[in-house]
Design a protein around this ligand. Sequence first.
Ligand SMILES: Cc1cc2nc3c(=O)[nH]c(=O)nc-3n(C[C@H](O)[C@H](O)[C@H](O)COP(=O)(O)OP(=O)(O)OC[C@H]3O[C@@H](n4cnc5c(N)ncnc54)[C@H](O)[C@@H]3O)c2cc1C
Length: 415
Amino acid sequence: MDPHVLVIGGGIAGIASALELANAGLTVHLVEKEAAIGGRAASLCCKATDVCSECSVCVVAQKIREAAIHPRISLLTNSVVRRVSGERGDFHVEIAEKPRFIDPERCIACGVCAELCPAEPKAVCLPSAEAVPFSYVLDERLCLRSRGQDCDLCRESCPTKAIEFEPAGRRRELTVAAIVVATGFEVFDARGKGSLGYGRYPNVLTGLDLEETFNREGCLRLPSNGKEPRNVAFVQCVGSRDESHGYCSQVCCKYAVRLARLINYQIPDAQVTIFYIDLQTAGKGFVQFYEECREKVRFVRGVPVEITQTPSGELEVKLENISQGKASRELFDLVVLSVGIAPRKDSWDLASILGINLGDCGFFDTSEPLNSTKTNVDGVFLAGTCQGPKDIPDSMGHGMAAASKVIQALGVQAR
Ligand SMILES: Cc1cc2nc3c(=O)[nH]c(=O)nc-3n(C[C@H](O)[C@H](O)[C@H](O)COP(=O)(O)OP(=O)(O)OC[C@H]3O[C@@H](n4cnc5c(N)ncnc54)[C@H](O)[C@@H]3O)c2cc1C
């Protein structure tokens, strides 16, 4: 019988790993805790102007579709691993599926439930236009029933009777020969840098907010008044390379430069400034892209220390200008904090279920310096950003490397 493999985490690293394993003839169980697969990369935007900026985001939708229809990959969304015992070749795994209010197998995504939902914001929605599984989800916390109201509109109107208000969770048991951990990262919470005003001033956004806005709306407007921004600043290294995160997140400089170029392309008379400590421009073709951007985007070597809002609603950035060696102040109408990649706070739970180690920074640890997919537990491998910061191509490459280590460890002849 073909060996079965468990992949925990359905982001781009887990998907790449699952596809590599399935294409080699193994049966893969891809467990994802959220309602849809794709992870963080599925919410990012294409950063093309009149030319492709090679941000790699378009690859994600394509890989999600491939995984969704692969006959050897079974998707277990809304699910987490509760218990693991055994050893390489024979792991016993218990998986808990959280109660699902909308059955994805019955939901035909007609949208009637969302149209009728009276909650504000709506309690039922599609996770994204390309969600896999393509099913509406109900957020219990937003549902009026959670506030004691006797609303039944979505359930009553569902043409396929897919909605159930008191569903039971399900438990499954699997036996697998190997496990790939691909649980990804958390975006640094910019509220942790209180002096930069995130959460206090409407026109201070994070890089992730900007990504999601472009992905959803295709353009950028000031949250405060809906007008086009005229003077935008990016602040680099928010939650990277500081006392509590002593590493470079590796993705922020590139997404910021690409987003700055996109803003400048869409709003040619907008002034865009990037405040940086030192720019990470490694990668084929990126230096050239950066040099071209310098013609349109202003780069200032400086560390913004405080952002305040003036009575007229502008944002005053106080910074230490490193190049000029002096403190200065500048006014902007929008400030974007380039937040970095942080380890997931719940990594410890999975580490103790699997018996794998966490490293100093909180990412999962590797047992061999030259093999970053290997853990201290035989038969358990790492893929993607759960091991440390990576962009999409590197996360996919790492996922594929983990798959080939599984194939090697199980002595499977690739097909
Ligand atoms: C603001 C921002 C912009 C970026 N822009 C770009 C860009 O333009 N280009 C680029 O190449 N990269 C970009 N990146 C990096 C990119 O997001 C990552 O490289 C990519 O998402 C990593 O994929 P992953 O699968 O390792 O992790 P994730 O995307 O975090 O996926 C992990 C998955 O595992 C699931 N999971 C977690 N814990 C469990 C559990 N216990 N059980 C089951 N499932 C679990 C999660 O729900 C998630 O679906 C950006 C990052 C940020 C923060």
